[in-house]
Write a protein that binds this ligand. Structure first.
Ligand SMILES: NC(=O)c1ccc[n+]([C@@H]2O[C@H](COP(=O)([O-])OP(=O)(O)OC[C@H]3O[C@@H](n4cnc5c(N)ncnc54)[C@H](O)[C@@H]3O)[C@@H](O)[C@H]2O)c1
Ligand SMILES: O=C(O)C[C@H](O)C(=O)O
Ligand SMILES: [Mg+2]
Length: 512
């Protein structure tokens, strides 16, 4: 009986797939198929359910319209999604069961597993953290712990801690304010420290500073694990971070503290506040700058030009946040150190910077001083026919930049028109760096770049993409420009040298 039922069920499934084939599901057997079920009943029937892969015609026919998210996924996309979450779950289980084995697997397979413990999957984990939560990892200091942190820090079981990554969850990748759920980022970054810099996993500590969240959805979410209050601001906020830094320093004076995914105003403020008092750095400002500068210098080399020619590169940066301004500051510093640049000095401006309101010029009101340094409208090399607020495509068409670099959090903003304009770049090898994370926020894909800019283009992205076959046996390389190529070295270097501070010169040297 059981066998005939099983045979019948597999026949039904094959027949169903012939009437409404699920792409990639295997060979379909032609023949009729009558489904008497409708609506939710089908969605709860494992024989018939295709979830998001139901095409629109079937959704209409089976009364499913409105019962599924609007986007139709292919079977391959569903498969990939499952495989990713399956693997990340397996990895988590291994982490919980046997850390030695977990790190062995990670070190041996870092290329395969980086996209899971790190961007893009870590973004998905953070977004769903409260629902996925099984056990804590790292330490949590909240606004409610004021006055207690100095004793709390001794609750951590390890005698010695070398590397700390801390976030306040206010700007997690390009996903915005995720509050306490941002803890996934310090955990992932420290996994990279272990795998890439050989830091002892018992001496790393991920930390969440929960000062509230302004994310309405999370505040209303019953499962949300963080403080249900708006973010602390001003002196109240700084008092929490000060107390935390003092507590860490009291217990582990030699630990390196990496600030990660703080919103722009606090990223800059805390960097200025602590950089001369503690051994710390901000990865989004400084690590990103170092890795982007390495890419910019690499692009000069790829054009067959001497490194000093970097001072003549025209660079359009889209995004004037903590990462964009960090990159601009370091790139400018690097230019000013190059021989011959003294001719034009500080006024030498090879950068065109855009934010959500378009091209930034000196006429813009209320500019942050860090951004104002890069506003157009002064110096001998001004392009005359560009104006405040001009669009990206206008800027690219008129400037014909050597490099187009995105740190905007806007997926797809380097659209076909923009990339076709990049084809007219003054560089024989136009470079496009789509550095926003995770993948959904990437300004463009390598396919877009090699199709619209051409085979000579240089492409790099913050989240990983696969190389592209260009035909004729040629490959379009999808390089990765992510601060993970720099921060493990910065932390390890600081630890080994016993540095008391992390200076701009150290970061510059790392990039070069
Ligand atoms: N690849 C890496 O190593 C790396 C490192 C750090 C940050 N990032 C990514 O960079 C992105 C930005 O990070 P951030 O900390 O600077 O964020 P941020 O919020 O501080 O800055 C974002 C900037 O983009 C601008 N912007 C928004 N919409 C725009 C539009 N339509 N056109 C032009 N500009 C627009 C905003 O005005 C702002 O200046 C994030 O996605 C982050 O994941 C990548
Ligand atoms: O976390 C990353 O992948 C890089 C960077 O720090 C970011 O904030 O996007
Ligand atoms: Mg970051």
């Amino acid at each position: 009986m059981w066998r005939s039922a099983a045979r019948r069920s597999s026949q039904i499934r094959r027949l169903l797939s012939s009437s409404a084939p699920q792409a990639g599901a295997g060979a379909a057997v032609p023949g009729p198929c009558i489904v008497h079920k409708r609506g939710n009943v089908i969605l709860h029937d494992p024989w018939y359910n295709k979830d998001t892969a139901f095409p629109m015609t079937e959704r209409d026919r089976l009364g499913l319209r409105g019962l599924l998210p609007p986007r139709v996924m292919s079977f391959e996309q569903q498969y990939e999604r499952f495989r990713n979450s399956f693997r990340s779950l397996e990895l988590n289980r291994l982490h919980d069961r046997n850390e030695t084995l977990y790190y062995r697997v990670l070190i041996d397979n870092i290329k395969d597993f980086a996209p899971i413990i790190y961007t893009p999957t870590v973004g998905l984990v953070c977004e769903n953290y409260s629902g996925l939560f099984r056990r804590p990892c790292g330490m949590y200091f909240s606004a409610k712990d004021k006055g207690e942190m100095m004793s709390m820090i001794y609750n951590w079981p390890a005698e010695k801690v070398d590397m700390i990554v801390v976030t306040d969850g206010s700007r997690i990748l390009g996903l915005g304010d995720l509050g306490v759920q941002g803890i996934g980022i310090p955990i992932g970054k420290l996994d990279v420290y272990v795998a890439a810099a050989g830091i002892n996993p018992q001496k790393v500590l991920p930390i969440m500073l929960d000062v509230g969240t302004n994310n309405e959805k999370l505040l209303e979410d019953k499962l949300y694990l963080g403080l249900r209050q708006p973010r602390l601001e001003g002196e109240e906020y700084l008092a929490v971070v000060d107390e935390f830094m003092e507590a860490v320093h009291a217990r582990w004076p030699k630990a390196v503290v990496q600030f990660e995914d703080f919103q722009m105003k606090w990223a800059f403020e805390t960097l200025q506040r602590y950089r001369n008092r503690f051994c710390m750095f901000n990865d989004d400002v400084q690590g990103t700058a170092g890795v982007a500068l390495a890419g910019l210098l690499g692009a000069v080399r790829a054009q067959g030009r001497p490194l000093q020619d970097f001072t003549n590169q025209k660079i359009v940066v889209v995004g004037a946040g903590s990462a964009g301004i960090g990159v601009l500051s370091m790139a400018k510093q690097s230019m000013l150190r190059m021989p011959g640049i003294h001719r034009t000095g500080e006024g030498h401006n090879q950068f065109w910077v855009l934010d959500k309101d378009g091209l930034i010029t000196k006429t813009r009101k209320g500019l942050d001083p860090a951004v104002a340094r890069f506003a157009r409208g002064y110096g001998p090399d001004e392009v005359p026919d560009l104006h405040e607020g001009d669009s990206l495509v206008e800027v690219v068409k008129k400037v014909k930049p050597h490099v187009l670099l995105g740190l905007s959090r806007v997926g797809g903003i380097f659209n076909e028109e923009v990339l076709k304009a990049m084809k007219e770049s003054d560089s024989p090898r136009p470079a496009v760096f789509a550095m926003s994370n995770p993948t959904t926020k990437a300004e463009c894909t390598p396919d877009d770049v090699f199709m619209h800019v051409g085979e000579n283009a240089i492409f790099a992205s913050g989240s990983p993409f696969s190389n592209i076959s260009l035909g004729n046996g040629k490959t379009g390389y999808a390089n990765q420009a992510n601060n993970m190529y720099l921060f493990p070295g910065i932390g390890l270097g600081a630890l080994l040298s016993g540095a008391r501070h992390i200076s701009e010169d150290m970061l510059q040297a790392a990039a070069e």
